[in-house]
Design a protein around this ligand. Structure first.
Ligand code: GLU
Length: 470
C-alpha cells in the first residue's frame, strides 16, 4: 500500500471500554503499525448529555495499558492528548458554510427539523427556498437546521474493503440534517468533517456503522474530498448469540486488568475476532500480530465473543513468560491473600501452578493445592492413610529418603520418591496417591516435586509425619 495510512479510533466518552469497542481500536492500531502510518484518537463528545465525567481519562488509561498508543494529538504535558469533537466546532462551522455556499446544503425552517434527524423522512419542503432569502431569515434569528441536498433517485454505491461493493437505493436517504437548530453538528456530519480534516485513509469500524456509510459517502462527495476506504469489521455477538454490549456479554477492560490478565493476551484474542493468521496461528505476540494483520484476512461474517477462548489465549501467553515475570505478576495478589509467601517459596509454587492460570489474580484459587486448609477433610484423609498399611510403608520410606537429602530441589525430591518406590515396590498411583494425599490433601493436582520445593523440607516432613502411624 503506497498511500499514507491514517486511521482513527473514535469512541464516545459514555462509559468504560468493553472488549467490543477495544477490538476496533486493536484492529486500527495493528493495521496502522503494519503499514507504518498514524493512528489517531478522537473523542466523539458532541452528544453532551451522554458524556460521562471521567470516561475520557478512563478510556485513555485503558488504551495505554493495552499498549494501543495513539500517534498525535494536542500536547498535554509532553504526551499526546486526544482530539475532541467539542474543540473542533470551528471546523464544522467552516465546512458547513462552504456547503451552504456551494448549494450542497440548505437551510430548513420546518418545525420537524428540530426533532431527531433520524426518525422521520423529510419531504424536502425547504429544498427550493431561495438561498438569499433563507440566509436573511437565518440572519434575523429564525430557528432552522441545515440539511444536505441528497440525490432523489438512483443509487448510492459504496465500496467496503471487506464486503465489496454495496448499493443503496437513493430513496433510502432523505436530506438529512447536518446542523441542528441549537447549532450542534449531527453525528454523521462531525464524523465526516473530522475524517476529511484528519486525512483519514481507512475508516475501520464495526459493522453496525455500515448503515451510516451511504450518508457519509454522500458527504465526502459534497465536500469534494476523496472517500476514505471503508472497512467494516464483522459484528461480534455475545456468547449467547445476542447483540454484544456492555450490559450484555461484553467484559470491561478494567475488570480484566484488575484480574491481572496480560494486555498482550487481550490484544491477541481481540485480533482474532474478525481476522485470522495466514497459518491459522492463534497465539501471537504483538510483534507477530503487527507483522501479520492486514485487510485481506478480515472476514465479513459475524462471530461470537468467546470468554473461554480469551482465557485459553491468555493462559498460553502466561505460559511463555519467564518465571520471574510470573512471580512479579502474582506478587500483589498473593500479598493480599491468606498465603503470605516469600519469593523462595513463591517461585517453585508458581512453577507448579503457572500452567493453570489465565490471569495473575487467579493464583489464589490455586494456592490451596499447595496450602490446603486444615479441617475435617484433612483429618479424615490422614486417618484413612493411617489405616492403609501399604500407604504407610510408602510414607515411611519417602520420609526417610527426604530426610536424608542433602539439598532441597525438585530433582532431589523426585529421586527420593523413586527410591521409596523401589524399596516398597509401589508404583504409579500406589506410590503417588499416598504421597500426594499426605502432602497436599488431594488426589490430584500440580507437580508434586515443585510443591515440595515450595513447602520446604520441614513442612513436607511434618505433613508426612502427620499422616503416619506414630
Ligand atoms: N463514535 C462511534 C462509536 O463509538 C464511532 C464512529 C466511527 O467509527 O465512525 O461507535
Amino acid at each position: 500500500m503506497s498511500e499514507l495510512i491514517r486511521t482513527r479510533f473514535a469512541p464516545s466518552p459514555t462509559g468504560r471500554l468493553h472488549l467490543g469497542n477495544v477490538r476496533i481500536a486493536v484492529f486500527n492500531w495493528l493495521f496502522t503499525r503494519h503499514h507504518g502510518g498514524a493512528f489517531v484518537l478522537r473523542i466523539e463528545d458532541t452528544d453532551v448529555e451522554r458524556n460521562v465525567p471521567g470516561a475520557e481519562e478512563a478510556l485513555m488509561g485503558d488504551l495505554r495499558w493495552l499498549g494501543l498508543e495513539w500517534d498525535e494529538g494536542p500536547d498535554v504535558g509532553g504526551v499526546h492528548g486526544p482530539y475532541r469533537q467539542s474543540e473542533r466546532g470551528h471546523l464544522y462551522q467552516e465546512a458547513l458554510a462552504a456547503l451552504l455556499d456551494q448549494g450542497e446544503a440548505y437551510r430548513c425552517f420546518c418545525a420537524e427539523g428540530e426533532g431527531s434527524e433520524e426518525t422521520r423522512r423529510y419531504p424536502g419542503t425547504c429544498r427550493s427556498l431561495d438561498r438569499e432569502e433563507a440566509a436573511a431569515r437565518a440572519e434575523k434569528g429564525e430557528m432552522h437546521v441545515v440539511r444536505l441536498r441528497t440525490p432523489e433517485a438512483g443509487t448510492i454505491e459504496i465500496r467496503d474493503e471487506v464486503r465489496g461493493d454495496i448499493t443503496f437505493p437513493a430513496s433510502d436517504i432523505d436530506d438529512f440534517v447536518l446542523r441542528r437548530a441549537d447549532r450542534r453538528p449531527t453525528y454523521n456530519f462531525a464524523v465526516v468533517v473530522d475524517d476529511v480534516t484528519m486525512a483519514i485513509s481507512h475508516v475501520i469500524r464495526g459493522g453496525g456503522h455500515l448503515s451510516n456509510t451511504p450518508k457519509q459517502a454522500l458527504l465526502f462527495d459534497a465536500i469534494g474530498a476523496p472517500r476514505p476506504r471503508f472497512v467494516h469489521l464483522p459484528n461480534v455477538l455475545a456468547p449467547d448469540g445476542g447483540k454484544l454490549s456492555k450490559r450484555h456479554g461484553a467484559q470491561g477492560v478494567e475488570a480484566l486488568r484488575d484480574e491481572g490478565m496480560l494486555p498482550e493476551a487481550i490484544v491477541n484474542y481481540l485480533s482474532l475476532l474478525g481476522w485470522s493468521h495466514p497459518e491459522e496461528k492463534e497465539v501471537l505476540t504483538r510483534d507477530e500480530l503487527v507483522a501479520a494483520v492486514d485487510l485481506d484476512r478480515v472476514r465479513a461474517s459475524e462471530m461470537a465473543y468467546d470468554p473461554d477462548k480469551l482465557r485459553w489465549v491468555a493462559a498460553q501467553h502466561l505460559a511463555r513468560l519467564p518465571l520471574r515475570a510470573v512471580v512479579d505478576g502474582v506478587r500483589p495478589f498473593v500479598d493480599r491473600s491468606r498465603f503470605p509467601l516469600s519469593d523462595p517459596a513463591l517461585g517453585p509454587a508458581m512453577e507448579a501452578l503457572r500452567s493453570r492460570l489465565s490471569a495473575f489474580g487467579e493464583v489464589n484459587d490455586h494456592l490451596g493445592f499447595v496450602f490446603p486448609q486444615d479441617g475435617a477433610a484433612w483429618d479424615e484423609l490422614r486417618a484413612a492413610l493411617r489405616r492403609d498399611p501399604e500407604g504407610q510403608e510408602v510414607l515411611r520410606e519417602a520420609h526417610a529418603s527426604l530426610e536424608a537429602l542433602e539439598g532441597w530441589d525438585r530433582e532431589g525430591v523426585r529421586t527420593a520418591f523413586k527410591e521409596a518406590g523401589r524399596r516398597t515396590g509401589a508404583r504409579g498411583p500406589g506410590l503417588f496417591h499416598p504421597l500426594r494425599k499426605a502432602i497436599t490433601a488431594a488426589e490430584s493436582g500440580p507437580d508434586l516435586g515443585w510443591i515440595c520445593v515450595a513447602l520446604g523440607r520441614e513442612e513436607v516432613l511434618h505433613r508426612l509425619e502427620a499422616a503416619m502411624v506414630a
